[in-house]
Design a protein around this ligand. Structure first.
Ligand SMILES: [Cu+2]
Length: 363
């Protein structure tokens, strides 16, 4: 009797499992077919600017392995001075120290297990308290930490003492795309949406090509900056917390609604394209709001700015507006409400970031 009940239960269980296994593959494609058309479409992706007609802006194709994830273990190749300093600190100091300490502890453990197990050492020593060895094992880690602290604090100091900015860009996070405002250049704005793959782009949407960048990283409108420029990036958000991050620049800064955060990078001296992603979980399409920064020669930057309807600040060689100062760094926009210098950002967060606000240094 019991046997039959057990048999029936087992048969039911196996049957259910088989049903589950059979139905699972049938369901999987259904969920996959949803993904090509997910979420809310971001507002009007501007027309693609990849060399449509003569005189148009020609965008750079990225270099494989630079400014994007690689197959290697480790950091992306760093292209800014801060990034290179951090890369050196990580690879040459931290990793080596970690390997040495791990090996040392492992050797000690193996030695203790072999030498002092009950069989090898039947009458254990009753020794305790050895002042000399206690001083050693206190002092030695302290010296290691001090040794790490010196390059670590030096790196922090370099990160937090930016040189005078040549250009300010405001990166605004939105669910789920980025907008970039150029307050030094007539305050124009570009909307940056991820490019969809070939089979997924609908209507007038331009599908991604390899010239745009890798899958899930390529965007229709890149943030463009001139070579060698010190770029101040002010981050904020229109909805939830995002984070603007470009690994090859060693830059990551939260974009918080109702607040202006600030970071900076020195653009490489050679043109190139560098990719990043939103790095703060911000909702369903968090993984689909990549960041692409294109570094171009200053002449091409000016061309791009003009193409976008912006202006360059003053004639060549003229004093560029001091974007590092706490006052508004908005050129050619004098009467946007005569904002006092220390105006805090509207804390309510209703629509905090769409107006060009003073570049208030926050941290
Ligand atoms: Cu985000």
């Amino acid at each position: 009797m019991l046997k039959t009940i057990r048999g029936t239960v087992l048969a039911m269980f196996l049957g259910l499992a088989a049903f589950g296994a059979a139905s699972a593959p049938a369901q999987a494609p259904a969920t996959q077919t949803v993904t090509p058309n997910p979420g809310t479409p971001a507002p009007s992706a501007a027309a693609p600017v990849v060399a449509a007609k003569p005189g148009d802006i020609v965008h750079l194709a990225p270099t494989p392995g630079i400014g994007m994830p690689t197959d290697h273990i480790g950091l992306q190749p760093q292209v800014t001075p801060i990034g290179q300093e951090a890369e050196w600190f990580h690879n040459k100091i931290l990793n080596r120290m970690m390997a040495i300490i791990s090996a040392f502890v492992l050797i000690l453990l193996i030695w203790v297990m072999l030498r002092f197990n009950a069989r090898a050492n039947p009458t254990p020593s009753k020794t305790h308290h050895n002042t000399f060895i206690e001083i050693i094992w206190t002092l030695f880690p302290v010296l290691i930490l001090v040794g790490i602290a010196v390059p670590s604090i030096r790196l922090l100091a370099h990160q937090y003492s930016p040189p005078k900015a040549d250009l300010t860009v405001k990166a605004i996070g939105n669910q789920w795309y980025w907008t970039y405002q150029y307050p030094d250049n007539g305050d124009f704005e570009v909307v940056s949406n991820m490019l969809k793959e070939k089979g997924e782009a609908t209507g007038k949407e331009k599908p991604r090509t390899d010239a745009d960048g890798p899958r899930l990283l390529a965007v229709d409108e890149r943030m463009v900056v001139p070579t060698g420029a010190v770029v101040k990036v002010i981050t904020t958000s229109n909805d939830v917390i995002h984070s603007w991050a470009v690994p090859a620049f060693w830059v990551k800064m939260d974009a918080v609604p109702g607040r202006l955060n600030e970071t900076w990078f020195k653009a490489p001296d050679k043109p190139g394209v560098y990719f990043g992603q939103c790095s703060e979980l911000c909702g369903a399409r968090h993984a689909f709001m990549p960041i692409a920064v294109e570094v171009v020669a200053p002449a091409q930057f000016a061309q791009w700015v003009a193409f976008k309807g912006g202006t360059m600040p003053g004639p060549k060689g003229a004093k560029t507006p001091d974007a590092t100062a706490g006052s508004p760094a908005i050129e050619g926009k004098p009467a946007s409400g005569a904002v006092p210098t220390d105006t805090p950002v509207a804390g309510t967060g209703a629509k905090p970031a769409t107006d060009s606000q003073p570049a208030v240094a926050q941290n």
